[in-house]
Design a protein around this ligand. Structure first.
Ligand code: CMP
Length: 137
């Protein structure tokens, strides 16, 4: 599958970094197949991150993700999951490689600017959490 789900998280949207991040996504050869601005409810954030339920950061993560609007996108490229994870960089911006989005725009492990699916299986699940087939261009 050449699709993945990307999110520009509330920290990056609030700081006005959306344009810069989208510009980078396009210049790295991704196509945006769908995109929308959403303000998640706490319940929607809990549903999206259900795989992390029970972890010590779950409460903080779901509070943060429902605190302000974010941008959800379906990205297309060959090996999209892996390529988008490479462009994002390590989860913790302090450990992310130079030139990655999290290194450039993230400020902490929680407020790390972007999210991406971690496998093709999860990409399908995450894409269908936000988009139906008719919304994919
Ligand atoms: P994300 O790729 O959106 O997937 C789960 C998120 O949990 C992760 O990015 C981080 O922003 C957040 N998070 C907060 N604390 C931690 C932690 N200690 N370990 C991993 N992820 C964390």
């Amino acid at each position: 599958m050449n699709l993945t789900l990307g999110i520009i998280k509330p920290d990056a949207v609030s700081k006005g970094l959306t344009g810069k991040i989208i510009d980078r996504i396009l210049s790295e050869g991704f196509q945006i197949r769908a995109m929308k601005l959403v303000h998640l409810t706490k319940k929607q954030a809990e549903g999206f991150y259900a795989v992390h339920k029970g972890k010590k950061f779950f409460e903080e993560l779901t509070n943060f993700m429902s605190s302000a609007p974010c941008i959800v996108m379906v990205l297309e490229k060959e090996n999209a999951v892996e390529e988008w994870r490479k462009l994002m960089g390590a989860t913790n911006p302090a450990e992310a490689a130079e030139g990655t989005l999290r290194k450039q725009f993230g400020s902490s492990i929680g407020e790390n600017a972007v999210h991406g699916s971690d496998s093709e299986e999860n990409a399908s699940i995450e894409i269908s959490y936000f988009f139906n087939k008719l919304e994919l261009v």
